[in-house]
Every structure is written in C-alpha cells, then in structure tokens.
Write a protein that binds this ligand. Structure first.
Ligand SMILES: [Zn+2]
Length: 242
C-alpha cells in the first residue's frame, strides 16, 4: 500500500512538472517568435511592430526600368527586395503599404505633367495617404566606374528620425552583408524631400559592378538585404518607444 501511495505521488509530481513546462512553453511562444536567418537565431517579440505603418517604395517600375545592365533592371531587384521585406514586417504585425507590388508604374492614376513627374506625384500621394510611421524607398545604384560597390542608405535632410533609422539600417547592412563600409548620409531625393514622416532611401548596391550585380540578382542576397533593413526597423521602433 505504501509503495502504491509513493508511486501515485511520483506520478502526480511528474504530471505537475509536465503541465508547468507546457504552460511555460506556451506562454513563451505567445510572446516571442524565434526567427532563423543566416546561421543566426533571433528572438523577436510577436507582433512587435503592431500599430506601426511602414510604407515601402520599390523604385521605378513599368515603363521606367531605373538603371540597368545586361538585362538586369533596377525596378525588378528593388521590387523583389521590397516584397521580401513586406513579408518580414507583416509577420511581426506591421501594416505595410506598398507604392507598387508588381512591375508597374503609377501612371494609371490621373495626374497632369510629364511621365516621371506624374509617377512621382502619385507615389507621393500613396505615401502621404498612408499616414505611416516611416518610409523606406528601395533602389539600386549604377555608375560609369565599375569599381564602385556597396549598399548605402540616404536620409531626409534635417530629419533626426530619418538619420537615426538610416544609421541603423546602414549598420545592419554592414554587419549582415559584410561587404560595405559605406556610411549613411543625407540625400537630395524628391521622395525624401517631399514627405513628412522619417524617410530613407536604400541604394542596395551597384549593378555596374559585375560582382555585386551577380549578388543582387540572387534571391538569398535579396533576402539578406531585406533582413538587414527589417532588423533595423525593429531597433528603430524600439528606440522610439523607450
Ligand atoms: Zn533608382
């Protein structure tokens, strides 16, 4: 009889231990999600970006390819990176507004003026209407000198929030890509100058550099770029809230 009571207590203790463990694991999984990317596990609070609206602006599109080399167009690379970044941000609870999600320009919306001007004005309207926390415009660079390379972030001149975000994105790009030592700097871009919210423009690399062009076309490299920007957005939002 004594042995039976002892065994029953032992079983009860085991059940209690297992229930506690399951409860703790469930609580943890509701609060945190573990994300694996590039040989690194990152614990991101679930819905960390809930309540935040991010506008993603993949540069160019449709009639406007942006810069291009050997059939590789800026508009396609920018869109791929933006779509991956959209998914990362949405998975963490952000509301994401895209100026385009396909290979299209913004000429379908009615505005007056020259083609490029109409496209930019319509882009600006989408961005303004979104009432977003921040804007990230994504582009690809090119120059006549094929030696130039490296991702670089530009921010809206005179905007401290944009400067902070740009610095954080540049830091993550440097850390995760491990191939750029460029520094974030203010840039005189129409889209940055015209919007009210903190705005940055990420030049993701030079397609005029053959080695970097080969990287920019790789889906994994595009995902790395998106991942670096994503981590920086989380850091930025966390800093805003402290
Ligand atoms: Zn561009």
């Amino acid at each position: 009889m004594q042995v039976t009571i002892f065994a029953l207590r032992k079983t009860r203790r085991r059940i209690f231990f297992i229930c506690t463990l399951v409860f703790l694991l469930l609580t943890a999984s509701l609060s945190w999600q573990i994300v694996f990317a590039w040989r690194q596990a990152v614990a991101v609070p679930v819905l960390r970006l809930s309540g935040q609206t991010v506008v993603l602006d993949p540069g160019h599109g449709g009639y406007d390819p942006g810069v291009w080399r050997n059939k590789l167009a800026e508009k396609a690379v920018a869109l791929n990176i933006a779509l991956i970044l959209r998914d990362y941000l949405q998975a963490t609870g952000a509301r994401v507004v895209m100026t385009r999600e396909t290979d299209r320009d913004l000429l379908v919306l009615p505005t007056a003026g020259a083609k490029k001007q109409r496209d930019m004005q319509n882009r600006l309207k989408i961005i303004t209407d979104a009432e977003a926390t921040l804007l990230i415009s994504i582009h690809v660079n090119a120059t006549g000198d094929s030696r130039w390379r490296g991702a670089q972030v530009f921010f809206k001149n005179g905007c401290e929030g944009a400067k902070l975000l740009a610095g954080m994105i540049q830091q993550e790009l440097g850390r995760i890509l491990a191939n750029t030592t460029r520094q974030a700097q203010s840039g005189d871009y129409f889209i940055l100058n015209e919007v009210q919210m903190p705005a940055v423009l990420v030049e993701t690399g030079f397609i005029s550099n053959p080695q970097e062009a080969r990287l920019l076309i790789e889906p994994e490299y595009q995902a790395k770029l998106a991942w670096a920007i994503y981590l920086a957005v989380i850091k930025y939002v966390e800093q805003l809230e402290t």
